[in-house]
Design a binder for this molecule. Structure first.
Ligand code: G3I
Length: 383
């Protein structure tokens, strides 16, 4: 059976914690860069810390062929310009990452403003920017219960019509980006945490589980080279939801459905503890001859007016290191994507009031301890 994560207390974390003790890493803490030479405890005077170097980049630190991804084409939840219109954000995207996922730009509500209308502007911009930066694109997503357009949600369609709508959507969208979008989250979040098919997904409600295999087949017809994934949250720990995916994938494979991978989103919270069994879950999917990716990593925490403490940020850094170590330990784990560049634009405070600070760069786009821990663990290479 599967060995547990062998490197949870990674060298990266110990180096980071040691550096924190002597006050060397705190220059990257969001909004709390010390102006004086005293640390927060006022115990010892120390030199003003040097800024955290952004090089080597995350993409450079990772082994060849391992994707370090980020979202563009979405966000803007906290007001101000959208992240993709912010040059400093764009610079980090271009420099640090080797893969891009559209946060919202390839969802039905954006691509399908009306039943007979496709609007590709936002997704085109994501793909063109990624190509200019030499980055891979992961498409997200074709079959989901959320962010569907009003005309689809409120319309009345027969099962045959729903099937034809989805077929047309997949053929058109995947076909348009054939050869340019390397992987697709074909179906997103189709099971509840109890491992039951989500009936709020209108396609599953109308057509049953068989539509998942059809969606993958249609995507394969539209772009035979694209890697085709299922994707979900709360699958970082063994349980009924993981079991439901393993059973479904085995069934799809038995039918000859060309499924290539499983995406584990990785929306973590310091309130719920570190994902200590993540490596074993990755291995379960890899054992089905699948690629596995961490597709939407972030690590939220409760935040108050003072912002996160040093201890909070160091604790968060360990989560990022853990996820990188678990993925790096399994050869078929081919990449990690973070769900946003900085805390300035994360979806988290919008959805979970009172929580935030979930990403590796703070609201001023300065790197946090998580950045260093993640980078150092990537640099340690495959375990
Ligand atoms: O576009 C409107 C804008 O006009 C309005 O001013 C603003 C404030 O109300 O809302 C904007 O739309 C929001 C949109 O994000 C863009 O900011 C929607 O209300 C909001 O619901 C939407 O949230 C997205 C969420 O999916 C919806 O389910 C997040 O950006 C996006 O990060 C999130 O991504 C999902 C993945 O696709 C699947 N896995 C979970 C992940 C996090 O929920």
């Amino acid at each position: 059976m599967t060995a547990p994560v062998t490197r949870p207390e990674s060298r990266a974390f110990f180096a980071l914690a040691a550096a924190a003790v002597v006050g060397l890493v705190m220059s990257g803490l969001g909004g709390c860069t010390p102006a004086s030479s005293s640390d927060d405890d006022g115990a010892t005077a120390s030199p003003t810390p040097a800024p955290v170097a952004l090089e080597p980049t995350l993409a450079d630190a990772a082994p060849d062929g391992f994707f370090v991804g980020v979202t563009t084409g979405g966000g803007g939840h906290l007001g101000g310009p959208s992240p993709q219109d912010d040059p400093a954000n764009a610079e980090l995207v271009a420099a640090q990452f080797s893969s891009v996922t559209p946060e919202n730009a390839a969802k039905w509500e954006v691509l399908r403003p009306a039943q007979d209308t496709f609007d590709f502007d936002a997704f085109d911009a994501v793909v063109e920017a990624a190509e200019a930066n030499g980055q891979r694109v992961r498409g997200h997503t074709l079959l989901w219960h959320s962010q569907n357009p009003a005309w689809l949600k409120s319309g009345t369609f027969t099962p045959d019509q729903m099937r034809e709508l989805l077929h047309e959507h997949i053929a058109t969208v995947v076909g348009r980006y054939a050869g340019r979008v390397a992987a697709w989250d074909v179906a997103n979040e189709i099971f509840t945490d109890e491992g039951v098919l989500r009936q709020e997904n209108p396609f599953i409600a109308a057509l049953g589980v068989g539509i998942v295999g059809d969606a993958i087949r249609w995507a394969h017809e539209a772009d035979p080279e694209a890697k085709l994934f299922l994707n979900d949250f709360d699958v970082e720990t063994p349980g009924p939801k993981v079991d439901a995916y393993l059973a479904l994938i085995a069934d799809l494979q038995a039918q000859g459905v060309p499924i290539d991978g499983m995406g584990l989103q990785g929306h973590l919270s310091t309130q719920y503890g570190r994902p200590k069994q993540l490596q074993s879950v990755i291995e379960k999917f890899a054992a089905l001859d699948l690629d596995v990716e961490i597709t939407e990593l972030d690590v939220r925490m409760p935040v108050s007016g003072d912002g996160p403490s040093k201890a909070d940020l160091l604790g968060q850094a360990q989560y990022y290191a853990d996820v990188a170590a678990a993925c790096m330990a399994v050869e078929r784990c081919t990449g990690i994507t973070v769900w946003g560049v900085s805390d300035k634009n994360s979806w988290v405070p919008f959805t979970f009031p009172g929580e935030g600070a979930a990403l590796m760069f703070d609201e001023d786009l300065a790197p946090k301890p998580a950045f260093e821990a993640f980078r150092e663990t990537l640099a340690e290479g495959r375990g």
